[in-house]
Ligand binder design. Structure first.
Ligand code: DAH
Length: 361
């Protein structure tokens, strides 16, 4: 009777364990068949009270049944736990390639930044270093050291932002201005290092002008190269390489005589018009080219050979003008960007209208 019951319990528990859907159900089964109040352990505890001839048989069968059930439940528990872990891992998987919700616009560089970097890249490729300098500058660096005569019109109050200082300096050169150009960095750079020198200076400059082609604050890139045996041909070759990199391989440059206080001789530099290929008329239609006003040339910068007076004024190092020559140039970044991208009004750069800015993403 008892041995039959053990077989029955063993078969029932085995079938139930094999069918258990999850670890929680299996745990319930373990308690039901092997727990302290369960029938099989009770039978085992009662073996001592059985008639002696039954004790061995029943005890052995009950023990085997309990061990077999324990092993089965343990095996099944491991199986179920592994399946449940797999399911959890699959459910928790994060697809890091999915776009954000909603996708965020990433923005783009402002046209001024993009063109400045483009110019920097070209000159870096030609071996120029990039340096920056103060926007609030001494009159000495902005004018005097650059050979501006005391009566030069750029010094007038209507052409330059003077900065009020607590006391009016005794030396007029110590007056403070918002720099009107990046050229003062020619002097500061030469004071900071001996020749040879080859660098560009991007940065903001300030003048009290305001119309479609002038804003009170704008950007320039200055260039300076000083070495032995530098000639105007080096200047022209460098600017030709620059013009071609920015405006296209077909471009040409020409130098026109001009005047700047700190270069001698001084030139203005034109690049052949990329709209009409330098012809002054548009292909096919024969209409006068609007960009270059029919001239075939676009003015892009001022330049020249560094005036010997400027070199001689550098006291910190030996820039003896008998030994060292140099060239310098200065361009407006806005002007380069306007020409290259056909921007009709300088103020568009500073209105921060996304409809304009997004066109250059
Ligand atoms: N500083 C001049 C300006 O703002 C531009 C310039 C002309 C810079 C000739 C130069 C140069 O270095 O050689 O109008």
């Amino acid at each position: 009777m008892t041995a039959d019951r053990i077989d029955e319990l063993r078969a029932e528990a085995t079938a139930a364990a094999e069918a258990a859907p999850d670890t929680a159900a299996l745990e319930e089964l373990r308690v039901r068949y092997l727990g302290r109040k369960a029938e099989l352990p009770n039978l085992l505890r009662g073996v001592a009270e059985l008639p002696p001839e039954q004790r061995g048989v029943v005890g052995k069968a009950a023990n085997q049944a309990r061990q077999a059930l324990e092993a089965l439940i343990e095996h099944r528990a491991a199986q179920l736990a592994a399946g449940e872990l797999d399911a959890r891992l699959a459910g928790d998987r994060v697809d890091v390639t999915l776009p954000g919700a909603p996708p965020q616009p990433v923005g783009s560089l402002h046209l001024m930044t993009a063109v400045r970097r483009e110019i920097e890249d070209v000159f870096c490729g030609l071996g120029f270093a990039v340096v920056e300098g103060p926007e609030v500058e001494l009159v000495h660096y902005n004018f005097d050291a650059l050979n501006h005569a005391p009566a030069h019109p750029a010094r007038s109050r209507s052409d330059t932002f003077y900065v009020a200082t607590a006391q009016r300096p005794a030396d007029p050169g110590d007056q403070v201005v918002l720099r009107t150009h990046t050229s003062p960095m020619q002097i500061r750079s030469m004071e900071a290092q001996p020749p040879p020198i080859q660098l560009i200076v991007p940065g903001r400059v300030y003048r009290p002008d305001s119309d479609a082609t002038h804003t009170p604050q704008f950007h320039q890139v200055e260039g300076l190269a000083v070495d032995e045996d530098i000639t105007l041909a080096d200047l022209k070759g460098t600017l030709l390489a620059f013009a071609r990199a920015i405006f296209g391989d077909e471009r040409d440059v020409r130098l026109r005589p001009h005047y700047f206080p700190f270069t001698e001789p001084s030139v203005e530099v034109d690049v052949s018009c990329f709209m009409c290929a330098g012809t002054g008329v548009l292909p096919r239609t024969g209409v006068r080219c609007n960009l270059c006003k029919g001239t075939g040339w676009l003015e892009i910068l001022g330049s020249g050979m560094v005036d010997p007076n400027v070199l001689a004024g550098i006291e910190a190092h030996d820039y003896d003008p008998e030994r060292w020559q140099g060239y310098a140039f200065g361009m407006g970044i806005e002007r380069i960007a306007m020409l290259k991208h056909g921007v009709p009004d300088l103020r568009l750069f500073y209105d921060n209208d996304l409809r304009f800015l997004e066109q250059f993403g």
